[in-house]
Design a protein around this ligand. Structure first.
Ligand code: AKG
Ligand code: FE2
Length: 370
């Protein structure tokens, strides 16, 4: 006999909000909805201590305009920061403060659009050149991160969301948005190239060899823009979990609200944004190219209950068609090859299509178990 069919009494779930912005705009939230409650503070918090420590600072002007002695000193310092920290603050970088502010303002304007307006940029594929969304990758996650994003490819082909926020009819505004992000992408790319030059030098590598091997004239660059609205229970949620970035270097601009933490020697170090500075961190491809000498740094973004945090990560990387391998000069009997070659575009696609989980994106290219 066929089992009796039970009436379906399960409540029909309301559709999840399409962004954290929408969630926090719509109601005065007193608690975090279950799909964002990623941790139980009683069991999982503070297993790894959170500490205050000073992050190394690099004076960029000495790299470009210093005496040969000053430059050598900065290069050594840069190498040490990459080796011991995987990140450093850059000051005296020469990028105008008005450009940094304009970028943050235009980003805020972008996220302030209606869900419908932003929906025009909802990515269908992880390699879409303009992609707006929430969390990291909803198709593979069972919990959500307290973060909305806009990711835009800016080199070798420059893209920009064409529709200006709310001022659709004002072509002037649209071109301002476009010009701002173009200038910003160019400035941070030039800064990234200069830092890479110093980093290659610190590794004893020739700049020309590296530019050619990584096809840096056609380097891939993406702007990853993040917004973390205030969260009613910041101890339960996270903006972005512990992860490393896929590129060579990430150049991060923040709006003065702290939240970023980097992992060092088993502890989380809070990064307090210095005014008019950038935080630069090493990505997985720095680790691959340097054959494990300069490891990509694990980092995460915490949220808070008071202020909206904005960050813009400008990622500088090999060209998408380059098959990246460790530099042969850094491979020897003593330092065997640690990674196999993979096309950079394939790596990015694989990283973006999977869960963001510590450094798991590197597993397919590792030649030896960790
Ligand atoms: O918001 C931050 O400070 C970090 C952002 C980040 O790690 C990323 O976009 O990959
Ligand atoms: Fe990151």
């Amino acid at each position: 006999m066929a089992p009796p069919t039970l009436p379906n009494t399960a409540p029909i779930p309301s559709p999840p909000p399409s962004s954290v912005k929408e969630l926090t705009n719509s109601t005065s939230l007193g608690s975090v909805p279950p799909q964002y409650a990623i941790r139980n503070p009683e069991t999982t918090m503070d297993i790894e201590p959170i500490i205050e420590e000073e992050i190394p600072t690099v004076d960029f002007s000495l790299l470009t305009e210093g005496t040969p002695e000053q430059r050598s000193q900065v290069v050594r310092h840069l190498g040490k920061a990459c080796e011991e920290w995987g990140c450093f603050m850059v000051v005296n970088h020469g990028i105008p403060e008005r450009l940094m502010e304009a970028m943050l303002i235009s980003l805020k304007e972008f996220f302030d659009q209606t869900e419908e307006e932003k929906g025009e940029y909802t990515g269908k594929h992880v390699m879409d050149p303009i992609r707006c969304g929430t969390s990291f990758n909803l198709t593979v996650e069972d919990v959500r991160y307290w973060r909305d994003y806009l990711k835009v490819f800016v080199h070798p082909i420059f893209y920009s969301p064409a529709k200006p926020p709310r001022f659709r009819l004002f072509r002037l505004w649209a071109s301002w948005l476009r010009e701002t992000s173009k200038e910003y992408a160019e400035s941070t790319r030039a800064m990234g190239m200069e830092l890479l030059r110093g980093i290659w030098e610190s590794l004893g590598l020739e700049e020309d060899d590296m530019t050619k091997a990584l096809d840096l004239h056609s380097c891939f660059q993406i702007l990853v823009c993040n917004i973390y609205p205030p969260c009613p229970q910041p101890e339960l949620a996270i903006g972005l979990p512990a992860h490393s970035d896929h590129g060579l270097l990430t150049i991060l601009l923040q709006n003065g609200v702290s939240g970023l933490q980097v992992k060092r020697r088993g502890s989380w170090v809070r990064v307090e944004p210095l005014p008019n500075s950038f935080l630069v961190n090493t990505g997985d491809h720095m680790e691959i190219v340097s054959n494990g000498r300069y490891k990509s740094v694990l980092h995460r973004a915490e949220v808070n209950s008071q202020s909206t945090r904005l960050s813009i990560a400008s990622v500088v990387a090999p060209s998408l068609d380059t098959i990246v391998e460790p530099a042969s000069q850094l491979v020897s009997d003593e330092h065997p090859m640690m990674f196999r070659g993979m096309r950079y575009g394939e790596y990015v696609e694989h990283q973006q299509a999977n869960r963001l989980k510590t450094k798991s994106a590197m597993d397919p290219v590792r030649l030896h178990a960790k």
